[in-house]
Write a protein that binds this ligand. Structure first.
Ligand code: FAD
Length: 319
């Protein structure tokens, strides 16, 4: 049995969880098995949607003490459900919560783990997965040999097309050990913005080339027209021109949207490390020699203060 871990945002199934659901359902099909999902938390209004991607049932863990994320308690709850239903293949979409959960589950479920997986497994002999390495510069093929297997898929590597109908939900309470509840969440400060950066299909990102925080209005306007999230380079958030949750790169958020528009960003290796698995990269920079152009699918050599307003007006006419 394949068991998929679901996450939501504002009650809605996250796009990355929809991808995990579709991936898990395909894996189950390949193995002639069933695909079910588990959701832990108090924010699960939209989880039945997982059924439209091929999930047959969602186990919703309803313990009140599991309303917000807690690594130990969530790992214990997930393990209990996994053992109860006899699941042996576990699918996660990459997220900060999933990363920490998977590390614990590898121990509690005695499972082999493959992260950054970008394709369906080869199951004709064994269970081999394709992994993206070195920030998308290379691939490795890993064989998971243990009976229990955990696959963490990279965002945007697998397309989720809704085809089926909503999944039935089974409410479950689990027996979380008291020592798994020692850490308590006192407050949750959520990133703000109309489109959340880690989930965004389009990202408009800007760097030090914009000169100062007062010039971000044109970036926000372009993002709004495109239905995009905004992001920035590290120095921009270090100088408090933009909030830290917008910082992308090696030391910030890693994004892989369909379209990444980089404005006034030089393209340092540490920045590229967080964005170079984007499907299409557009670079706007006034220096034709800016390193970012080497990684760009499309480039515009020009002054951002001239190009961005024109681009926004052009998009307004067609969108
Ligand atoms: C350990 C370590 C980790 C790091 N992690 C990260 C990270 O996670 N993310 C990250 O972003 N950086 C990171 N950095 C910093 C990184 O090395 C670069 O310094 C940083 O990315 C540069 O930011 P920038 O491109 O905005 O600024 P700059 O390098 O100053 O580039 C500004 C660009 O804007 C262009 N420009 C100027 N004016 C205009 C204009 N009017 N119109 C159009 N273009 C214009 C310039 O030609 C230039 O290319 C890290 C560095 C280290 C050492």
């Amino acid at each position: 049995m394949v068991l998929i871990y679901l996450e939501t945002s504002e009650g809605q199934l996250k796009k990355s969880s929809a991808e995990a659901a579709a991936y898990g359902a395909e894996v189950a099909k390949k193995m002639g098995d069933k695909a079910e999902a588990v959701f832990i938390g108090s924010d699960g209004a939209g989880i039945a949607e997982a059924g439209t991607y091929g999930v047959q049932k969602v186990h919703q863990i309803t313990n009140p003490e599991l309303g917000t994320f807690n690594i130990q308690a969530f790992a214990a709850a997930f393990t209990e459900v996994a053992n109860k239903i006899g699941a042996n293949t576990f699918v996660f979409a990459k997220s900060s919560n999933a990363d920490s959960l998977v590390a614990r589950l590898a121990i509690s479920l005695k499972a082999d783990v493959a992260t950054n997986v970008v394709d369906l497994p080869e199951t004709s002999s064994g269970f081999k997965v394709k992994r993206s390495l070195f920030t998308g510069k290379a691939y490795a093929y890993a064989e998971l040999k243990s009976a229990n297997k955990i696959v963490v898929i990279r965002k945007n590597a697998f397309t989720a097309e809704p085809t089926g109908s909503a999944a039935p939900i089974e409410n479950v309470t689990v027996s979380v050990p008291a020592n798994a509840l020692l850490v308590k969440t006192k407050e949750v400060n959520k990133a703000t913005g109309e489109v959340l950066l880690p989930e965004a299909e389009i990202v408009v990102s800007a760097g030090r080339g914009l000169k100062g925080p007062e010039n971000w209005g044109m970036i926000e306007e372009l993002a709004k027209v495109l239905g995009a999230a905004t992001a920035c380079s590290k120095p921009v958030s270090d100088m408090d021109w933009r909030p830290h949750h917008e910082h992308v790169g090696q030391t910030g958020i890693k994004v892989s949207p369909n379209l990444y528009i980089a404005v006034g960003i030089s393209g340092a290796i540490q920045h590229l490390a967080g964005v170079n698995s984007s499907r299409c990269i557009v670079v706007i920079n006034k220096d034709a020699e800016a390193p970012f152009f080497k990684s760009a699918d499309y480039g515009i050599v020009g002054d951002a203060f001239d190009v961005i307003p024109k681009l926004t007006e052009a998009f307004k006419k067609v969108l």
